[in-house]
Design a binder for this molecule. Sequence first.
Ligand code: 13P
Length: 254
Amino acid sequence: MEKDRKLIIAGNWKCNKTVAESLALVADLKRDLGSIKELDVVVCPAFTALDAVSKALSDSVIRLGSQNMGDNGYGAFTGEICAGMLRDLTVRYVILGHSERRQFQQEPDALVARKALAAHNASLLPIVCVGETLAEREAGITHDVVGRQIRGSLAGLTPDQVEATVIAYEPVWAIGTGKTATSAQAQEIHAFIRGVLAQEHGDAVARRVRIQYGGSVKPSNARELMGQPDVDGALVGGASLEAKSFVEIIRNSI
Ligand code: 13P
């Protein structure tokens, strides 16, 4: 389906794959996707594979993303990776505020916002994740939760920075569970998010922000999800770990 916004399909490999396995997957993706231009394709390997994958992608249209970074710059921050280091590896996107980090590392919105600002300042494009838990959905507070996450995680960004930020709506109950949001559920929240963006940053900015859906995206549901007017791509976990399913998702999204 034709949209003003270019679709962006990203694979979040999470804590999976050795360097050799990452390179094997990238080789298959390059072979199968060639010079695809209809949409933006991004792969987000673990930090340890970024350098090798970066080199492997040097002659490819597939873009490189990271799964996280610190909000700090260079300096005495043991164990952290900063935006400049990612730029040095030609990383272009960085996933921030994934629900697994919000849950397991207690990352609050304010930290996600500081990371998003640091990313933009280093010319990295953040993919900021939001989404409610099952308990929150059942309690009827999905809009409150997602609205607060959007406002808090983009706080302090300029309108241009917001426009260049990708949002990923990932309902926590749909991640890794095989339980996808229906296309109507996804569309409803995506439209809500665009409405919050319009309130906070104006209509023109809101119209240009790309909002991905994430949570058990598969070849069989990609077409229907991507057909929704406010769904501008996908953030894919499990199904991005194999070339066949990731490529099928991409093909079914065009
Ligand atoms: P799954 O596609 O495995 O549900 O994971 C979604 C996700 O968390 C992507 O960031």
